[in-house]
Design a protein around this ligand. Structure first.
Ligand code: FE
Length: 216
């Protein structure tokens, strides 16, 4: 048997969000798939048993999925993938929002909220089957990131971004800042500047978006 054949199966990449005893937790997952359709869609998540997130889903019975895109900030993947929620408050390092007590990553392709209706235990993983109780498209219109593309094009950047974070203790700017040439106001919102509507104006002096200059 050649188990590398299994690498040809396709997966996306997601950040799952959970409640922990102390606050919020989560991790990067790829084994996610829809298992039933209709008016009550079901989605399964296979989560490693050694992950703190696994323990938290079992305790609380609920979790979120934020669908990552091809322009996800590489640090996000390192932040959720290369350290444990037992030691670190991962969500404090990335732009996010909390809805009904559970965290969602800003600027994702889509968001799902799930309630566990069934659990299957395997030697390395637990499969949680969740009922989708909320779903919405995200503000990010780029393509969803698939695992093979992550391996081919992003893996090195993720390693570098996480290494930099370990050295400086500071998460990177989630995206470039833009400055108003008239009043000096610097836009630093969660929505990338490029995605603000063309009608957006400087909140301080009213200058149009097109006049803003990228801060280098
Ligand atoms: Fe201004």
């Amino acid at each position: 048997m050649d188990t590398s054949a299994l690498f040809k199966l396709s997966y996306g990449l997601y950040v799952t969000g959970v409640k922990t005893e102390k606050g919020l937790g989560g991790c990067i997952v790829d084994a996610v798939g829809q298992v039933a359709a209709g008016s009550n869609p079901l989605v399964m998540l296979a989560c490693m048993k050694k992950n703190y997130t696994n323990e938290c889903i079992k305790k609380t019975g609920e979790y979120t999925l934020s669908v990552l895109s091809t322009d996800t900030e590489p640090f996000v993947i390192g932040n959720f993938g290369f350290q444990s929620g037992r030691d670190v408050e991962k969500w404090a390092n990335v732009p996010h929002r909390i809805k009904d007590g559970l965290p969602f990553l800003n600027n994702a392709c889509a968001y799902l909220r799930l309630r566990v209706i069934n659990t299957l235990e395997f030697p390395t993983h637990t499969m949680f089957v969740g009922e989708v109780i909320d779903a919405e498209n995200g503000e990010n219109s780029a393509k969803p990131l698939v695992y093979a593309d992550y391996q081919a094009t992003m893996r090195a950047a993720v390693g570098e971004a996480f290494q930099k974070f370990k050295e400086t203790g500071k998460p990177p700017q989630s995206h470039a800042q833009w400055r108003c040439p008239l009043c000096g106001y610097v836009y630093d919102g969660d929505t990338p500047f490029e995605r603000l509507p063309d009608t957006w104006i400087c909140p301080m002096c009213g200058v149009g978006k097109e006049s803003f200059e990228k801060v280098t």
